[in-house]
Design a protein around this ligand. Structure first.
Ligand code: ATP
Ligand code: MG
Length: 389
């Protein structure tokens, strides 16, 4: 959840918004500089090296899921604590890996019922091709420096590419006419970029090239991409990612390229609510065991025990199963089963106990069957694995 502050200042970059404005940094009791992690890639690479994963089979594919923290102005889709899911492929510079990662992000959006996402891609080259570009960019921006926002005036010399990322309208006007990295790509980067685009096209993926897309982290090289879902409004980027071929080396490993993405789950949920497959917020239990009381105390106790055994056995099978520990009326128990959206209700009453059986009711299809107690586990397993569904 937290890392040495240096991990982020060195990799995400001193001149980025994340490091300059958005980090929750503090000292622990021993005076160490720590930061609540604002992103997942640098920590993943840190752990990757710390645990020697770089000596295993490559490429290595990893994922993470967990809270991130950024000191931002909270608004719809932007929070100070949020959850990111991310993937990283380490050990491949092939553009096929870039596309593999992009395809996964697009598929996640599709599976969530988000039609009409737009994929934006760009390349930001490597330090070799960026060198000349940087010089020309500084020249271009310096001529209009006084019109840039204060942050950008500071970034100008150290990291002019960051200026391209600024959302300030005045800066946008100036960056619109700035020299494009596309005119400076070295043969290697150009080849990577052209191949990437041709693979994307062969996979039938529609995309737009956005030359202004540089992303807010310094460790990126070559490919950067974002997946947007316009119905979300102002914060419509649901997934962002890119290639980071120098990060492993920068953190002390041998040179090892990487590519990955991160997506914000809250934004994804906001989107899913408006999409074509709204997520059902109701818990769905596989079965609910109903154990009506009997007038005879002994019988009643027997029913409770047998019913509870069934719950335990269903759970051991991996089914989500519940029951009413308060043993309210049969009507109340059925109501509870309904509230849990149970697919099946298993009734064990006095009648059933006498016959050493249970009554199983499918709440979806409305039928009810009597099944011998000894066969009930097999029956439910069969039903839930798709038997009659
Ligand atoms: P933005 O331009 O929206 O600030 P970013 O470039 O800062 O995004 P990344 O660092 O690329 O975001 O993070 C990847 C994803 O994480 C974003 O696309 C978004 O879904 C999510 N995300 C980023 N910051 C926040 C936040 N403060 N609250 C909720 N989700 C966030
Ligand atoms: Mg941001």
């Amino acid at each position: 959840m937290f890392e040495h502050t240096e991990l982020f200042s060195r990799t995400v970059g001193e001149t980025t918004d994340i490091v300059q404005k958005e980090m929750y940094t503090f000292q622990d009791k021993a005076g160490r500089d720590l930061t609540l992690r604002p992103e997942g890639t640098a920590p993943v690479v840190r752990a990757f090296l710390e645990h020697g994963l770089d000596s295993g089979a490559l490429p290595r594919k990893l994922f993470y899921l967990g809270p991130m923290f950024r000191y931002e102005k909270p608004q719809a889709g932007r929070y100070r604590e949020f959850v990111q899911y991310g993937v990283e492929v380490l050990g491949s510079r092939s553009p096929y890996s870039d596309v593999e990662v992009i395809l996964l992000s697009v598929r996640i959006a599709e599976e969530l019922g988000l039609k009409g996402t737009s994929l934006f891609i760009n390349t930001i080259g490597c330090p070799v091709c960026r060198k000349k570009h940087k010089e020309d960019l500084i020249k271009h921006l310096s001529e209009k420096a006084s019109a840039l926002c204060l942050d950008c005036q500071n970034r100008l010399e150290k990291n002019p590419l960051r200026v391209m990322d600024c959302k300030n309208p005045a800066c946008r006007v100036i960056t619109a006419g700035a020299p494009s990295i596309h005119d400076y790509l070295c043969p290697d980067c150009k080849d990577h970029w052209d191949t990437l685009k041709s693979i994307l096209a062969s996979m039938g993926l529609e995309y737009s090239v956005d030359p202004a897309l540089v992303r807010g982290l310094d460790y990126y090289t070559n490919t950067v991409f974002e997946l947007k879902w316009p119905p979300l409004g102002a914060q419509d980027t649901i997934i962002g990612g890119g290639r980071y071929d120098r990060l492993v080396e920068e953190l002390g490993g041998k040179p090892l390229p990487g590519v990955g993405f991160a997506m914000g789950l809250e934004r994804l949920l906001l989107a899913a609510e408006k999409g074509e497959k709204p997520i059902d917020p109701h818990v769905r239990a596989d079965c609910f065991v109903v154990t009506p009381d009997s007038e005879d105390k002994e019988v009643s106790r027997e029913i409770a025990i047998r019913g509870f055994q069934l719950v335990k056995d269903f759970r051991s099978l991996g089914l989500s199963c519940d029951f009413d520990p308060l043993r309210r009326s049969i009507k109340a128990q059925m109501k509870h089963a309904n509230r849990l959206n149970a697919r099946y209700v298993v009734i064990l009453g006095e009648e059933e106990l006498k016959k050493n059986a249970v009554a199983i009711r499918s709440m979806e299809h409305g039928w009810q069957k009597e099944v011998a107690l000894g066969l009930v586990l097999g029956f439910m397993k069969e039903e839930l694995s798709g038997g009659s569904n």
